[in-house]
Design a protein around this ligand. Structure first.
Ligand code: ATP
Length: 212
């Protein structure tokens, strides 16, 4: 049976960087954020649910959902936040489950579920192993500020709104330190990746064949 690995971390800890590295080695990656965004595209289930609940004020002139506006509404009103969570989470969960089933049916030996809210959403119970991309808080703050152009205050506020990293460290099965260079992250991931069940399905081998 397929091994399910949950890849997580705090904001700006390096999850996307890590999953891009793993993808480069042919890992089967399921990107929870991408799935969630897809469900918010026009005509998709969450788009329609949000439009019905919040009204036309959350639709941008180009027809896309104004996710920033919805974020502001949820941030300002705990009841709206609860409605959003209760509406979105089951829909996203089902979509992720479908992707996992597809990977399993395709014979993938292992799958990496890239999911920022692994612990917060209860997904930990549905993976075999959880991997935490970990950075010391001051470095997290610096990387978040430089990537998003946030002020120190804004970056601090975003980090404070999340589950503390100390708590995530306690919950994770494997802690992957990303306080060094990207090269060092790659080396650490490589050691770990070598220990995982490989081959079989691999789009990798097929890709190589087409180059011969
Ligand atoms: P989010 O949860 O906000 O989507 P993330 O966990 O996916 O973030 P990344 O976007 O991968 O984090 O990394 C955050 C920032 O830090 C990016 O600008 C990235 O280029 C940078 N970064 C990641 N790892 C390193 C590293 N080892 N050295 C230097 N910069 C890094």
């Amino acid at each position: 049976t397929m091994k399910r690995i949950g890849l997580t971390g705090g904001i700006a800890s390096g999850k996307s960087t890590a999953s891009a590295i793993l993808r480069g080695w042919g890992a089967c990656i399921i990107d929870a954020d991408a799935i969630a965004h897809g469900l918010m595209e026009p005509q998709a289930p969450l788009y329609e649910a949000y439009r019905a609940h919040f009204g036309e004020g959350v639709i941008l002139p180009d027809g896309q959902l104004n996710r920033r506006r919805i974020g502001q509404i949820a941030f300002a009103d705990p009841a709206e936040k609860r409605w959003l969570d209760e509406t979105a989470h089951p829909v996203i969960r089902r979509a992720i489950e479908q992707e996992l089933e597809r990977a399993e049916a395709a014979g993938e030996p292992a799958v990496i579920l890239d999911i920022p809210l692994l612990f917060e959403t209860g997904w930990q119970a549905h993976v075999d192993e959880s991997w935490l991309i970990d950075v010391p808080e001051p470095l997290q703050l610096a990387r978040l500020q430089s990537r998003n152009g946030y002020s120190r205050e804004e970056a601090t506020r975003r980090i404070a709104a999340q589950m503390p990293l100390s708590e995530k460290r306690r919950l994770a099965d494997v802690i992957i330190d990303n306080s060094g260079t990207e090269q060092e992250l790659m080396e650490r991931l490589h050691v770990l990746w070598q220990k995982q069940p490989h081959q079989a399905a691999g789009s990798n081998s097929r890709k190589e064949e087409t180059h011969i």
